[in-house]
Design a protein around this ligand. Structure first.
Ligand SMILES: *[C@@H]1O[C@H](CO)[C@@H](O)[C@H](O)[C@H]1NC(C)=O
Ligand SMILES: *[C@@H]1O[C@H](CO)[C@@H](O)[C@H](O)[C@H]1NC(C)=O
Ligand SMILES: *[C@@H]1O[C@H](CO)[C@@H](O)[C@H](O)[C@H]1NC(C)=O
Ligand SMILES: *[C@@H]1O[C@H](CO)[C@@H](O)[C@H](O)[C@H]1NC(C)=O
Ligand SMILES: [Zn+2]
Length: 435
């Protein structure tokens, strides 16, 4: 008995020792009325090294995580600029512990026999090593449609793999190519089931034959593996990659500010910032890999999807250099975006908001060096979107970036409904995309 009690005590200490760095950090909801207030607030976030979970703008309450020793200054500033704030979550560490507990229970219940047969399960968030092995397995089990490619190594040397899915090994040059990527931002765990679901639907449990017959697919599930693993082992809210050497103690480049489109004009040069853009455009292997894939297939690529979380939004460029600068094919982007959103809304959870569709600078914030901007720049007239998947805003369980295990399957399922609409659109509207 004593042994059990000691074991139990040790287990509790272990869970409590995790997320210590977040003890007393509060998540604030912030409302602004003007873009000017939003800009002032973002300036404060950069000065105090706060963590933006969701950008404040007049349409959208922002969510900002604030350390205990910065709360007084933060609240004073919010008052001074005539914005308003509320405390959404007093001590975020409690939510991080709760997420661990929910995930642990989900892992215990996870059905291994099911995943053997159908591919990776959708009841837990899988780690890098599991996904990495899975991509190789899929290629071995389905050699006629799936091929695994090692695209290069991350900063810490992890092999970044993607699947090429095609019924004719990418030899039919008339077929459109679609590229989907998830986990460019490390902490956005809920994005992983979206790419895993695509693999399931296109290779393992194929119900829409036309999608694999008429299209060649590139699926890259873990675009930033170092950051992703670090968000599991150490710092749950890690966003960037794990590049060292630009500062004595601050680590990481924000990959989604590192692409070569107005690079460095609306991002941070400070290595301690969450939006540090790196020493030059494409300095990071994680962004070079996306670039190389798009360059290799861009004559045929019709759709690029970069899956992020959170906020229930489908976003298109340009994010830089100015708000409201629209790409030439804005009407098509908006129309297909809206069709995707409707398809998801039709099957979404009822307590989640409808998806919003629009220009990223208008719905979120101006930002330079983003991947979807660069893709739209080098593939003019094609479709390039960032998804922001739905967040939890449930006070009783987890919120924001934190994942409720019950939502994992739904995230994969509902997002695929949207992707499917865009996929069929590019097949049926070939003429629209001719150069
Ligand atoms: C806030 O309101 C005060 C009083 O109405 C005004 O003097 C000040 O300029 C406002 N500040 C901002 C940033 O809007
Ligand atoms: C696991 O999956 C198998 C095969 O689908 C099924 O027969 C079994 O009932 C499942 N077990 C649990 C606990 O869900
Ligand atoms: C598919 O094409 C690649 C070259 O792009 C080649 O290396 C590979 O052997 C091909 N696979 C099959 C099964 O033909
Ligand atoms: C396979 O797809 C069908 C149709 O979408 C679905 O009803 C079924 O649950 C799927 N099977 C698995 C194991 O996911
Ligand atoms: Zn993101």
């Amino acid at each position: 008995m004593l042994k059990y009690i000691l074991f139990f005590a040790a287990a509790i200490c272990l869970t409590q020792a995790k997320h210590e760095e977040y003890f007393g950090h509060s998540l604030y909801g912030v409302r602004v009325h003007t873009m000017e207030q939003a800009q002032l607030l973002i300036g404060l976030v950069e000065r105090l090294y706060l963590d933006i979970w969701s950008y404040p703008n007049p349409l959208n309450e922002g969510l900002i995580l604030v350390a205990p020793n910065k709360k007084a200054e933060f609240e004073k500033f919010v008052l001074a600029i005539n914005a308003t704030c509320r405390i959404d979550t007093m001590n975020i560490k409690e939510k991080l512990d709760l997420e661990d507990q929910l995930m642990e229970e989900a892992h215990k219940k996870s059905n291994a026999s099911r995943s053997e047969r159908f591919g990776l399960s959708f009841d837990v968030i899988h780690r890098f090593a599991v996904v990495d092995r899975y991509l190789v397995d899929v290629a071995n089990r389905f050699p006629r449609v799936a091929r695994v490619v090692s695209a290069g190594r991350s900063v810490e040397g992890r092999d970044i793999k993607y699947l090429r899915l095609s019924t004719d090994n990418f030899t039919n040059r008339n077929k459109p190519v679609i590229f989907i990527q998830s986990l460019l931002h490390a902490r956005e765990w809920v994005t992983l089931p979206v790419t895993l679901w695509a693999i399931q639907e296109l290779v393992i449990n194929v119900t829409d034959q036309d999608l694999i017959r008429d299209i060649d697919w590139i699926i890259l599930p873990i675009a930033n593996p170092d950051g992703y693993e670090f968000s599991h082992t150490t710092t749950r809210m890690w966003r960037k990659n794990r590049r060292r050497g630009h500062h004595a103690s601050c680590v990481g480049v924000d990959p989604n500010r590192n692409y070569d489109y107005f690079w460095g004009t609306a991002s941070s040069r400070d290595p301690c910032s969450e939006t540090f853009h790196g020493p030059r455009a494409f300095s990071e292997p994680e962004t070079q890999i996306t670039r190389n894939i798009i360059n290799a297939f861009r004559d045929r690529m019709r759709l690029y999807l970069d899956i992020h979380s959170f906020g229930s939004m489908i976003l298109f460029g340009f994010a830089a250099p100015a708000p409201g600068r629209m790409p030439p094919n804005v009407d098509t982007l908006r129309s297909v975006g809206t069709q995707m959103a409707r398809a998801i809304d039709a099957v979404k959870w009822r307590n989640h908001p409808n998806y919003r569709v629009g220009n990223v600078a208008q719905l979120l914030s101006v930002a330079s060096g983003g991947g979807t901007d660069w893709a739209l720049h080098v593939m003019p007239n094609r479709l390039s979107y960032a998804y922001e998947l739905p967040a939890y805003r449930n006070q009783r369980t987890v919120n924001g970036f934190l994942v409720e295990p019950a939502f994992i399957r739904q995230a994969g399922f509902e997002t695929w409904r949207g992707i499917r609409v865009a996929a069929r659109f590019v097949v049926r509207n070939r003429a629209l995309f001719e150069d």
